[in-house]
Design a protein around this ligand. Structure first.
Ligand code: ADP
Ligand code: MG
Length: 656
């Protein structure tokens, strides 16, 4: 006697137990099935036939008893090896067909081969050939709901045969079919049996059972009869069907079938896309979180970066070697210190100082015709243009002679010309009233286009220092002093030298303040960074909300597709395949959300640019936000995916 293919010894199955009453469904089933047999298991509804079939097909484990498959105790198989056995040895045909509703007939048939790692071309050809053979050649692109019951059952038989289908487990395959379709399906099973497939057919219909070579009758979880029907198959009728199943291979069942991941990835992406498309409204709503999150991260960083660059450019426009010196209160409520002209003269002797220029200025009333304005007017030396790198574009700068004579002459900024002398064809030679003193306009400064803080550089009026002191402000003390360092790379050292000399001149009183453009830029950048950080965290929160959206959608999807997960497991998917599939879906959701978010960010950025807001997109922000979205998707998709992977195959299959 050869080793039986399947050998059950005293198999028992008990449901319930802990919180529910125990239900003894199988009460000691022993039976052996050999290669080439066509067995019918008959019995009334509720007698335990489906339970027995699930155990035979390794979808379920018995509570006690031994199941020996081709000489090996199945109890020693881990979940991956059981999946391998389902994939390589068994083919399931269910009463309810159990096809994946969103996939076409062809895709349904191909599924077991995807998990087996069959190359795509071979897979397509084989599935097409099987469908052709079962008379469904023209139906391969139809989805299950577009097929009749009989056609769906034939698709599921094709699926069972996809990886060989050495043992076909058919649970009431004709139960839901009309007589004609039922007869067709039975004829098919007959044919497969004659070709050497082991057929285990479960039915409550004696007429259907009569087709088998052996009929086993089950009642209330025990076998009450087991008899041959017609002539038993001779060994010649039973070709070595199971040669292809090499049980030693199961040791590799956990490792990757070569190339399997590629087919699986494509399948997972297709499945993910289908599900997303079918539920596009729901998906779009839930993805809004990620879309808005990514878009706001990208836009906010772009705006922050844009304004930072703008400020840097503006401040840099005055030269990075510029140092400012002004008086300050040494203590709260103490009077403001004064940097005097003698201090200036002393500082001018420092070797680190290239140029030094006191400025005596303030906001004052400016009038032309009968229109009044308030503008910043400063008394400066003739070094003004050189120190600020700020040329005159029309007319000329005042001269040393003007300075010496305290002449009432003015050089005006671009905006002063535009506002005060609006419509005047040639402003040079015109008189404007500064604090009611007429000043003659001699030159117009080039446009700086820069605005630091709230004062606009281009609304500046420049007059000789002496004229400002005598005619406008009544004091010779400078408001502040501008110093150009000799070496732009040694601004810090220059500042230090100034600081030390000033301390000495002021008898150790620190009633002055030294700042420079670089420091101002840094301070400005710092406040803007804080702002960016704050905006960034708001954006991060919306990403988090997006992630929760992904989790929500994935949990719904897992619940809605529990049956599909069961079908995939029955056709040989391992836990990790299911995990990977749902992670792929989560990832795909976040990619779609992330890419949409980036597109939205570019649109918003474009609109902001149109509104004259400085925007600077950085690749780091774009890819960073996308990366964050992906990571969020994976993190929040993991829990639902793991939940799916850990489902029990039978529970999943029988779920509604
Ligand atoms: P059949 O396929 O012969 O109609 P089943 O094997 O489906 O019978 O079920 C046999 C018995 O086991 C039934 O009485 C059913 O109520 C019970 N049963 C099946 N699955 C479960 C379960 N998960 N929990 C509790 N009882 C179950
Ligand atoms: Mg049943």
């Amino acid at each position: 006697m050869p080793t039986p293919l399947i050998d059950l010894q005293d198999i028992r199955k008990v449901y319930g137990g802990i919180d529910a009453p125990e239900v003894h469904v199988l009460k000691g089933i022993s039976l052996s099935i050999h290669a080439g047999e066509f067995v019918a298991i008959v019995g009334a509804s509720g007698s335990g036939k489906s339970t027995l079939m699930n155990i035979l097909g390794c979808l379920d484990r018995p509570t006690s008893g031994r199941y020996v498959f081709a000489g090996e105790d199945v109890a020693h198989f881990n979940t991956d090896e059981l999946a391998w056995l389902r994939r390589e040895a068994f083919g399931f045909v269910f009463q309810g067909y159990h096809l994946i509703p969103s996939a076409s007939a062809q895709e349904n048939v191909e599924m077991p081969a995807i998990y087996a790692g069959t190359p795509a071309a071979e897979r397509h050809a084989r599935a097409a050939a099987l469908l052709e053979r079962l008379g469904l050649g023209t139906r391969s692109t139809n989805r299950p709901h577009q097929l009749s019951g009989g056609q769906q059952q034939r698709v599921s038989i094709a699926r069972a045969l996809m990886n060989g289908g050495h043992i076909i487990l058919a649970d009431e395959p004709t139960g839901a079919l009309d007589t004609h379709s039922g007869a067709q399906v039975m004829a098919l099973l007959d044919e497969l049996a004659s070709q050497g497939h082991v057929i285990i057919l479960i039915t409550h219909d004696r007429e259907v059972a009569a087709r088998a070579n052996r009929i086993i009758e089950v009642r209330d979880g025990v076998i009450i009869s087991d008899r041959a029907n017609g002539q038993a198959p001779s060994p010649t009728d039973a070709p070595k069907t199971l040669q292809a199943i090499d049980l030693r291979q199961r040791l590799n069942a956990g490792s990757e079938a070569r190339g399997a991941w590629k087919g699986e990835l494509v399948d997972a992406l297709q499945a993910a896309w289908r599900v997303m498309w079918v539920n596009r409204f729901r998906t779009a709503l839930t993805l809004l979180g990620i879309v808005i999150g990514v878009a706001s991260v990208v836009v906010m960083l772009a705006v922050g970066e844009g304004s930072k660059r703008q400020v840097m450019a503006e401040m840099g426009a005055f030269g990075s070697n510029i140092i400012y010196l002004n008086g300050m209160s040494p203590r709260p409520r103490a009077p403001l210190g004064v940097v005097s002209l003698s201090d200036v003269a002393a500082l001018a002797t420092l070797p680190q100082v290239k140029m030094i220029m006191p400025i005596n200025g303030d906001l004052i009333g400016v009038r032309y015709g009968n229109v009044d304005h308030t503008m910043y007017t400063g008394g400066n030396s003739i070094d003004f243009s050189a120190i600020f790198n700020w040329p005159v574009v029309q007319g000329s700068f005042f001269t040393q002679a003007d300075e010496d004579a305290a002449a009432a002459v003015a050089v005006i900024g671009k905006k002063v010309r535009d506002k005060v002398l609006k419509g005047v064809p040639n402003p040079i030679g015109q008189y404007i009233l500064l604090e009611n003193v007429p000043f003659k306009v001699v030159g117009i400064l080039a446009e700086k286009g820069a605005s630091a803080g709230d004062s606009d550089s281009d609304t500046r009026i420049v007059v000789p220092y002496s004229a400002a002191s005598v005619r406008l402000f009544g004091t010779h003390d400078p408001e502040y002093v501008v110093i150009a360092a000799a070496d732009a790379s040694k601004v810090k050292q220059t500042e230090k030298a100034i600081d030390q000399l000033m301390l000495k001149l002021h008898n150790g009183q620190r009633d002055f303040e030294v700042t420079n453009n670089a420091a101002l830029i840094q301070a400005e950048a710092k406040t803007r960074n804080t702002l960016s950080l704050m905006l960034g965290s708001i954006a991060a929160i919306s990403l988090l909300v997006g992630g929760i959206g992904v989790m929500n959608i994935m949990l719904m999807t897992v619940r809605e597709r529990t049956r599909e997960i069961g079908i995939r497991m029955a056709t040989g998917a391992r836990q990790r395949d299911i995990l990977r599939q749902f992670l792929t879906e989560a990832l795909m959701l976040s990619v779609v959300g992330g890419v949409t978010g980036i597109a939205l960010a570019f649109v918003v950025g474009g609109l902001l640019l149109l509104c004259d807001v400085a925007v600077a997109f950085s690749m780091v922000a774009v890819f960073g936000a996308l990366g964050c979205a992906l990571v969020t998707g994976v993190i929040f998709g993991f829990m639902p995916a793991r939940k799916a992977a850990r489902l029990d195959p039978v529970t999943a299959l029988t779920s509604e």
